[in-house]
Design a protein around this ligand. Sequence first.
Ligand SMILES: [Zn+2]
Length: 310
Amino acid sequence: MPVRTTESSPKASFAALLTASFFVCALALGAADNQPRGSHCEPAPETAVHVKTVHDGGVTRFFVENDEYCEVTMTFEMGLVNMKGSTTFPYTATFAPRQTSEAFEVSPVQPDSKWEYSYTNYFKLGSNCARHDDSFVYQLPYAPGNKFKVTQGYNGKFSHTGSNQYAIDWDMPEGTLVHAARGGVVVRVKDDSDKGGPTMEFDHYNNYILIRHEDGTLAHYCHLQKNGCLVKVGQVVAMGDVIAHSGNTGFSSGPHLHFCVFRTQDGRARVSIPVKFRTNQEKAITLTSGHSYRASETQSASVRPSSKPT
Ligand SMILES: [Zn+2]
């Protein structure tokens, strides 16, 4: 859940305030509370992003420390008493990976009177400036020559709604090698779970990999086998690289691979993106439920030296 943080200015203890609030940390989790039911495969709670406030004279400056391997988009909601901001609120902005960036500042309107601010922040992985390269054709995320059936496509009634509208499910035996459908940087890896089931209560048991593409969009590979991830956070993978073993973890009604490309809308929401795939017969098609697709024998596939996540 998002954390609401309050600071105020009792005049007598300004020195104490300065010390106590030099590092104020407000963690925002995945903010999945506004996601429609059935949209399984939300990334798990995120913890490598922190908000810092620094009191500089009468001004409070807000910084976002982002240790993730991709941008984060954060939304701030502010409650201000006798204070003004350097921007308008709610404020949504994207913060670059692996660095600390200044977001905005607030300062008293009348410095001699009591002032107070509180804020709630939410964030999601990814940039709200990302624009998907629609000319990019994805590879099927399995080995050359292999063939699997799509059991749920775009707008699938079971769970491909809301933020998973343009996801694809392939019926796939557990332990099948999953290949990157597109290259990028590995942002998140989770493979510590061995539980799965057909209801949302199992969602947090989902094992998954998130990969950031060059255009700022993210790909989500879900329901992976326990200890089945073969890449680590920060690793660069190429299209066709083996990244994991498929499984049946999380909100999953049977062994399958769930794949979805998305961009981030704001600190609370993400938007999935329809993509096209190359198969052994087609150069670029939209996959549909009930059909099986064989991966081209000539599609790239490589097993890079990999190590387990630490
Ligand atoms: Zn799915």
